[in-house]
Design a protein around this ligand. Structure first.
Ligand SMILES: CC(=O)SCCNC(=O)CCNC(=O)[C@H](O)C(C)(C)COP(=O)(O)OP(=O)(O)OC[C@H]1O[C@@H](n2cnc3c(N)ncnc32)[C@H](O)[C@@H]1OP(=O)(O)O
Ligand SMILES: O=C([O-])CC(=O)C(=O)O
Length: 371
């Protein structure tokens, strides 16, 4: 038995949700480029959960169901108010709040496929409300109730700022959600599948997945990218900053990928969005710095930008706090986690690989008093 470090190249499940083949990402066979240009996030949610695109009636029905389920129990808001918000990372707050939310779902442990689908709707609908409520509470502001007439992207931005967002912002945010919705067997999705394969409940699966996404080698990288852009601060500083990091063998956040070798197909969409939005908001500096970093890292290390790199300047342009970036990712990826959880339940088998033992052997117990 020989272990493959990080399970690289190991095929651990079959799935009909998304695929990455020869650097092309598809959701249920639809190219991400096609979906990014043409689909809304709600259409993608339907696609991932039903494996087909919705017709107009089905799409409106999903939008209404998400809007009707967006409110969270008052106990969850009170719980968020009790967090030491100046000390906790918002991803930790989200992880805790989603776990807590499960306590108020009477169907939490009902495992029929209908009940699981209803829970999927409820979780997807409520996550934007939790994220935005926490963001406001920690600033001493009251949370804003979700509106029933808005789609998920518009509602998110509305609940965050209290102002009706403009069309450009909603379209950009919606596209970012489409681009992040699913990604085959990434670490957080695998986490969700491992968790529910024990026949544990959906809330446990999503809570576990949020914990996995939080790490800077995964979804947490987008916040780290913005931290790096801020530290660099000006175009002249890019070269010395990046070269020093590379010389010290430090990783440049937002670059590299376990699966893509010639580039992440989502990055070009986010690059375009970053160029447009930073110009509109007078923050072109972040785009210019990002382009320069990309040139150096690509030529020096042959590492292309991943989805997290340009999403940082996109979210900054949308006025989103930097430590909320990974929560935006989680809001979108919840749709993929839920799709995978439902797929796992449909054809379940416990996920239990083996470890290659490399510790000592034939040890003889020494009584405590002799140690
Ligand atoms: C949504 C997402 O999760 S996308 C990924 C987000 N994460 C990041 O952007 C963090 C930075 N990137 C990384 O840490 C990695 O590229 C990962 C985690 C994404 C992929 O990791 P792995 O497939 O395990 O690659 P690994 O970390 O082994 O790197 C292979 C080699 O490339 C180098 N490398 C990989 N990524 C980077 C990077 N961002 N900057 C500098 N060097 C890098 C490693 O140092 C290593 O070099 P070595 O062989 O000389 O030791
Ligand atoms: O697939 C991965 O390893 C990470 C990633 O890009 C994602 O989750 O979107």
């Amino acid at each position: 038995m020989t272990a493959t470090k990080g399970l690289e190249g190991v095929v651990a499940a079959t799935s009909s949700i998304s695929s990455i083949i020869d650097d092309t990402l598809t959701y249920v066979g639809y190219d991400i480029d096609d979906l990014a240009e043409n689909a809304t996030f709600e259409e993608v949610v339907f696609l991932l959960w039903h494996r087909r695109l919705p017709n107009a009636v089905e799409l409106e029905d999903l939008r209404i169901q998400l809007a009707n389920n967006a409110e969270v129990p008052s106990q969850v808001i009170d719980h968020l108010k009790a967090y030491p918000s100046d000390k906790v990372h918002p991803m930790a707050a989200l992880r805790t709040a989603v776990s807590y939310l499960g306590l108020f779902d009477e169907e939490a442990d009902v495992q029929t496929s209908d009940a699981n689908y209803r829970k999927a709707i409820r979780i997807q609908a409520k996550i934007p409300t939790i994220v935005t409520a926490f963001s406001r509470i920690r600033k001493g502001l009251e949370p804003i109730a979700p509106r029933k007439d808005l789609g998920l992207a518009a509602n998110f931005l509305y609940m965050l700022s209290g102002k009706e967002p403009d069309k450009v912002a909603v379209e950009a945010f919606d596209k970012a959600l489409v681009l992040h919705a699913d990604h085959e067997l990434n670490a957080s999705t695998f986490t969700a599948r491992v968790c529910v394969a024990t026949l544990s409940d959906i809330y446990s699966g999503i809570t576990a997945a949020i914990g996995a996404l939080k790490g800077p080698l995964h979804g947490g990288a987008n916040e780290q990218v913005m931290k790096m852009l801020t530290e660099i601060g000006s175009i002249e500083n890019v070269e010395p900053y990046i070269r020093e990091k590379l010389a010290n063998k430090e990783k440049i956040m937002g670059f590299g990928h376990r699966v893509y070798r010639n580039g992440d197909p989502r990055a070009k969409h986010l690059r375009e969005m970053s160029e447009k939005l930073t110009k509109l908001t007078g923050k072109s500096k972040w785009y210019d710095i990002s382009v320069k970093i990309e040139q150096i890292v690509t030529s020096e290390k042959n590492l292309p930008a991943n989805v997290d790199f340009y999403s940082a300047s996109v979210y900054d342009s949308l006025g989103i706090d930097h430590d909320l970036f990974t929560l935006v990712f989680a809001t979108s990826r919840t749709s993929g986690w839920l799709a995978h959880i439902l797929e796992q339940y449909e054809n379940n088998r416990l996920i239990r690989p083996r470890a290659e033992y490399i510790g000592p052997s034939k040890q003889v117990y020494i009584p405590l008093e002799k140690r």
